[in-house]
Design a protein around this ligand. Structure first.
Ligand code: NAP
Length: 418
């Protein structure tokens, strides 16, 4: 099955399969999609080897050979630098662009080199504007809170603006001085020994992020979308994010989205079936709400910096930083990735937890519409952790747990499917 693609990338032939196409920002997945993968640096090889077995195992179990993935290795990071003298070869970018959906392990950020971060570069090149981080609890994972199971949120964090715009100038630079002079003409004075950063938040960027969050909530039957902002202080960036988000909900989803005041007035506080509540919270309040009333929140849509903090804080709350999955999604490309780094001291020891890249892969399957395979992985992870069969990082925090190698953890997951 599948077409033969003649073109080579990084000297490698493309395996037989079909391209995923995007229609209106949504992937149309064939039964044998070609999916590029970047193994990742440091522990990347260990976790990718394990993840591939688990993903293939779940697909086989769910679809019995009717569906499979034609995995295609593309290179980035240390492996690419070693083989091609390039941290991010043009062919790797070309292949991801061509095939649309990719998955990656962690990449070393080259220190003092030309590229500031491979991850940031990938997000910018493909305009992956939504960083999506689902955070849920797997029973048995050691957590610092009393009821970690109450938190089940999906965070949509804007990925291209705000502090990720990368507009920043050091103290005493010509640029910083010039901006200060300009500010003086507006009657604003900044201390002369200041570094200057610019925080742009656009209507376009806010709308497409909030649109994606609402569409997700509707598709998944989630009850609410909360706009998280610091609009009480920054009215024309963070506050505007909230206003544009509400306006978009009114304009594009008038029949299905209900604001908090309307919920109280017209529906006596009870959300009708098929509708999604839209509300907003100030970022600092949101941090205490996810701790004190986590079950009141479901999908969170946020500008970049709030989302950065909130994603890790929520993941830590369920004890799952080491197994937290993530994705960077745009309208014609999506890259799924482990959220931790390369953990180089454990490289090639077959000890590290592959959970993050495995669950990112499961998220990818769900995104492609292969939810049966995703569910098999979710259930297997839950079952395996509950049986206290875990890698060193969780074993050291549990009593009576069995410590597994990376490869053994993958094997047990496959055994625990279905
Ligand atoms: P790190 O690689 O995430 O490792 C820090 C510590 O976190 C590890 O020593 C380990 O703790 C724990 N850890 C990380 N991954 C784990 C896993 N899969 N299973 C169990 N424990 C895990 O962070 P870093 O040392 O700051 O960064 C190393 C390199 O990764 C840097 O070059 C950085 O730029 C890069 N990085 C890449 C990404 C990405 O590609 N998305 C993200 C972050 C960092 P213990 O030693 O306590 O066991």
């Amino acid at each position: 099955m599948g077409q033969v693609i003649d073109k080579k990338y990084n000297g490698l032939s493309v395996p037989q399969g079909e391209k995923i196409r995007f229609v209106n920002g949504k992937p149309q997945c064939p039964d044998k999609p070609i999916i590029p993968f970047i193994e990742g640096d440091g522990t990347g090889a260990d976790i990718w080897r394990a993840a591939k077995r688990v993903l293939d195992g779940a697909i086989e179990k769910a679809y019995g050979g009717r569906r499979s993935i034609a995995w295609f290795e593309v290179f980035a990071g240390e492996k690419a630098n070693k083989e091609f003298g390039d941290w991010l070869p043009a062919d790797s970018l070309e292949a991801i662009k061509e095939f649309g959906v990719a998955i990656k392990g962690p990449l070393t950020t080259p220190v003092g080199g030309g590229i500031r971060s491979l991850n940031v570069t990938l997000r910018q090149v493909f305009d992956l504007y939504a960083c999506v981080r689902p955070v849920r609890y797997y029973p048995g994972v050691p957590s610092p809170v009393v009821s970690p199971e109450k938190l089940d949120v999906v965070i949509f964090r804007e990925n291209t603006e705000d502090v990720y715009a990368g507009i920043e100038y050091p103290m005493d630079s010509a640029e910083a001085k010039k901006i200060m002079q300009l500010l003086e003409t507006f009657g604003k004075k900044v201390r002369v020994d200041s570094g200057i950063g610019i925080k742009p938040i656009s209507k376009f960027g806010s709308e497409r992020l909030v649109r994606r969050a609402i569409e997700y909530a509707l598709a998944k039957g989630r009850k609410s979308v909360t706009l998280v902002h610091k609009g009480n202080i920054m009215k024309f960036t963070e506050g505007a994010f909230r206003d544009w988000g509400y306006q978009l909900a009114d304009d594009e989803f008038p029949e299905v989205v209900v604001k908090e005041e309307k919920l109280a007035k017209e529906y006596e506080g009870k959300l009708p079936k098929g509708k999604v509540l839209i509300n907003d919270r100030i970022a600092d309040s949101m941090f205490q709400q996810v701790l004190t009333r986590p079950d009141e929140y479901s999908v969170l849509a946020t500008p970049n910096l709030n989302g950065d903090y909130l994603s890790d804080a929520c993941a830590a709350q369920v004890g799952g930083l080491g197994i937290a999955p993530g994705a960077n999604i745009g309208d014609s490309c999506a890259i799924f990735e482990a959220t931790h780094g390369t953990a180089p001291k454990y490289a090639n020891l077959d000890v590290i937890n592959p959970g993050s890249v495995i669950l990112s892969g499961a998220m990818m399957l769900e995104y492609l519409g292969w939810n049966e395979a995703n569910e098999l992985i979710q259930q297997a992870v839950a079952k395996t952790i509950q049986k206290k069969m875990v890698t060193y990082d969780l074993e050291r925090l549990m009593t009576g747990a069995t410590k597994l190698k990376t490869s053994e953890f993958a094997t047990v997951l496959i055994e625990n499917m279905g």
